[in-house]
Ligand binder design. Structure first.
Ligand code: ADP
Ligand code: ASP
Ligand code: MG
Length: 438
């Protein structure tokens, strides 16, 4: 069995949805994971934000605007009156539910329920499209098997057991459609796998059923060697190792959700990144095999804050770093980069929710400086510590850009640097010019 995940643009219009049919309509059994139509989750986030701000009217008109868009999709998607009628009823059911939330004080739980509507809609619309075309498929609700534990991690045992039970109910079906992104949490409530989480869904399902391959279909021919949103003339990488891809995804390559490589890597299931607009292109293949090259790719992650802790107590002392780490641990805030000197340590985080609380506690250990609006640039290549000659091109490329931190030796595949976000685009362009233009 294989997993085929189609992202927002791949289901972004009636034409795009119809274009998926030839890709999935063959005898090979598959689980088709769909995202919300592009733009939908953003609109749902906007509606939720308006509700938090108690802007009921604005929330209501944003909801009606989205409802109208979906009614148009239904009109264009189906050719029979019967399916159109069903589609319009379906749309109204979902948008009436959102409308219901505009009447009382708004909670986190309601927000998550609103965010779930995008994937519930896209999968129901697509399933009905296949029904109209007389193509057999099953709509399997992700909420019946996808679950995270109280730390927000996939509850693999629960997922495997429940998915197996659900699949046993339809042994002869070869197209099983399910929602990306959405799940239940440890309390049984509706939750999600964070923005871009449909990739993670595909990988978790792939690992749970030991799929032959996990395919991530998107709007580009695979993993590029730099971020095509900021740099021209990027090129596709045909093969990457799980470790390299995970590093790039974690450090900002939007093509993959940061955690999505892990489940596939753990069960050694190949992941193929493909373009729905150019299905004949081979895309990028991720496997356990790593063919090191000097430089393979660059990615950047924004929204980073850096703490600089300076303390004479650190000098020759043991246990100092433990105290620092414990503070971050208490606030469930992961540290990305770290560098130390004799009497100071610098650390970066990307979740600034508890930045003030953390700073307050750190001040008991020494003086603390905080800088926000930072970006981590991650270069993936051959950074084994027993070789020479790697890296001068990086420093040449970034000659004119102030470097705030450098992390080398932590991984044989990557070198990371911290810079001001205002310098990010220039840094990415210079890196492409110096590392990949030969
Ligand atoms: P989907 O909606 O299919 O999940 P995303 O928008 O999440 O698609 O991811 C695909 C986009 O990721 C591409 O259109 C591209 O702009 C962006 N992207 C950023 N970095 C890279 C990269 N290194 N390689 C390919 N695409 C990238
Ligand atoms: N629809 C969700 C989002 O926009 C999940 C996804 O597309 O992967 O973040
Ligand atoms: Mg995505």
């Amino acid at each position: 069995m294989k997993i085929m995940k189609f992202g927002g643009t791949s289901v972004g219009s009636p034409d795009r949805m119809r274009a998926l049919i030839p890709l999935i309509n063959d005898p090979e059994p598959k689980i088709v994971v769909l995202s919300a139509m592009s733009g939908t989750t953003n609109s749902l986030v906007e509606i939720s934000n308006l509700l938090y701000e108690d802007k009921q009217e604005a929330a209501s008109s944003a909801n009606e605007l989205l409802r109208t868009k979906y009614h148009k999709v239904v009109d264009e998607l189906y050719s029979t009156e019967e399916l159109r009628k069903e589609g319009h009823e379906l749309i109204d059911a979902h948008f009436n539910l959102i409308k219901g939330f505009t009447n009382h004080s708004f909670t986190k739980l309601q927000e998550r329920e609103i965010l779930a509507q995008g994937e519930l809609l896209s999968t129901a619309l697509f399933h009905n499209l296949l029904r109209e075309k007389k193509i057999r498929s099953v709509l399997l609700p992700a909420l019946s098997f996808m679950r995270i534990d109280k730390d927000g991690e996939p509850d693999n045992f629960y997922i495997e057991e429940n998915l197996r039970r659900e699949l046993e109910k339809c042994p002869d079906e070869n197209i099983i459609i399910t929602q990306g992104f959405i799940c239940r949490n440890a309390y049984g409530e509706i939750d999600n796998l964070k923005r871009g989480g449909s990739d993670f869904t595909a990988s978790i399902i792939g690992a749970a059923i030991r799929a032959g391959e996990i395919q991530i279909w998107t709007d580009i021919n695979g993993f590029h060697n730099n971020d095509p949103r900021f740099v021209e003339n990027t090129s596709v990488i045909r093969e990457l190792s799980f470790d390299e891809a995970a590093e790039l995804a974690y450090f900002g390559a939007k093509i993959l959700h940061p955690a999505s490589v892990n489940p596939a890597r753990e069960k050694n299931i190949p992941v193929r990144l493909k373009n729905t607009m150019e299905p004949e292109d081979q895309g990028t293949l991720l496997t356990a095999e790593c063919k090191l090259e000097d430089y393979k790719a660059v990615a950047a992650k924004d929204g980073i804050s850096v703490f600089r802790i300076h303390s004479a107590r650190m000098l020759m002392a043991y246990g100092f770093l433990r105290k620092v780490f414990e503070i971050f641990e208490a606030y469930k805030t992961p540290i990305d980069m770290i560098t130390t000197s004799e009497v100071s340590v610098s650390l970066t985080i990307d979740n600034s929710q508890y930045i003030n609380e953390i700073a307050k506690e750190l001040r008991e250990l020494g003086t603390v400086e905080i800088e926000q609006n930072q970006s981590i640039i991650c270069v993936v290549g051959d950074f084994r510590t027993d070789r020479t000659g790697s890296a001068p091109e990086i420093f040449e490329a970034l000659n004119m850009i102030p470097l705030k931190m450098i992390s080398y030796g932590g991984s044989p595949y990557s070198l990371s640097l911290l810079i001001d976000t205002s310098n990010k685009v220039e840094a990415l362009r210079q890196l492409s010019k110096h590392l990949f233009s030969k």
